[in-house]
Design a protein around this ligand. Structure first.
Ligand SMILES: [Fe+2]
Length: 269
């Protein structure tokens, strides 16, 4: 692809997303959240992909995939007023459908179109599906890391902001009670990814977000996570129990090892 293609895609994305802004302040906040999220995910993916020494063409393709990864969010929100796929629509699939229908990628070689479509379609799958094409796997790993890094930012900001300023769809409507589920917590101890199903409280959701460290793929992602102190920010709003403290130390150790941060550089990770 050409760099002019990327510029055209960016313009198209701005025009497209602009049509979803309404007079309602809450709607505007939710749409704005995804527009900002998209630009940070683009930044993240380029940062990670550069560390992985991708070619210039692949860098542009990765940025395009990031630009469109949440394309389905806008229609999802305007139709259902939620970002919960389980009660509305799979936003990855919807995004790929919109890309196809609008034929926005038509000027790219077919294999590049397919690569981007698959990345958008499966970016939110529980696991990376198996592909014969290793580039597809690589792109899914890249988008999933870049996406998670920015979702951590969104949650860290959400938890830090006063209730009246919180963007409604971020917390998935889960109640902010002191309880948490042992099943979700045990995922942190077992170094497993927790699932969305079965979450009952906002604390469960926070614990699930922490479990995402077990699904990060690239050293640079671990480094960005450590630099941005997302674990500490999420930990600050969790109940201060011994079992949670135990889980947090396991996660911190895991991130520290993956980031290969020397102890003297970050003993407080
Ligand atoms: Fe997404």
């Amino acid at each position: 692809m050409q760099s002019s293609d990327l510029e055209i895609f960016k313009d198209w994305f701005s025009e497209y997303t602009r049509t979803f802004y309404t007079d309602n302040a809450e709607d505007r906040r939710n749409i704005d959240l995804k527009v900002r999220h998209t630009s940070f995910v683009c930044e993240n993916i380029v940062g990670i992909a550069k560390e992985e020494h991708l070619s210039d063409n692949d860098l542009m393709l990765a940025e395009t995939a990031a630009l469109f990864h949440d394309l389905g969010r806008f229609l999802q929100y305007s139709r259902y007023k939620t970002f919960r796929d389980s009660i509305s629509v799979n936003h990855g699939r919807l995004g790929a459908e919109i890309l196809g229908k609008e034929n926005i990628l038509r000027h790219l070689p077919l294999h590049e179109q397919q690569l981007i479509m698959n990345t958008v379609k499966f970016h939110n799958a529980f696991e990376v599906p198996s592909f014969e094409d290793q580039q597809n796997v690589l792109f899914l790993q890249l988008i999933r890391d870049a996406d998670k890094l920015d979702i951590w930012r969104i949650f860290a900001e959400y938890y830090e902001s006063p209730e009246e300023e919180q963007t409604s769809a971020v917390g998935l409507g889960l109640p902010d009670l002191p309880d948490y589920s042992k099943t979700v917590l045990s995922c942190l101890y077992d170094k497993k990814l927790a699932t969305l199903s079965g979450l009952k409280t906002l604390n469960d959701f926070r614990l699930m977000q922490l479990s995402w460290v077990y699904d990060l793929n690239f050293r640079h992602s671990f480094r960005l996570m450590a630099e941005r102190a997302y674990i500490q920010k999420i930990a600050a709003v969790l109940p201060q129990t011994e079992e949670i403290a135990g889980a947090l130390s396991i996660i911190k150790k895991f991130v520290r090892e993956k980031a290969e941060v020397k102890l003297h550089e970050s003993t407080e990770l």
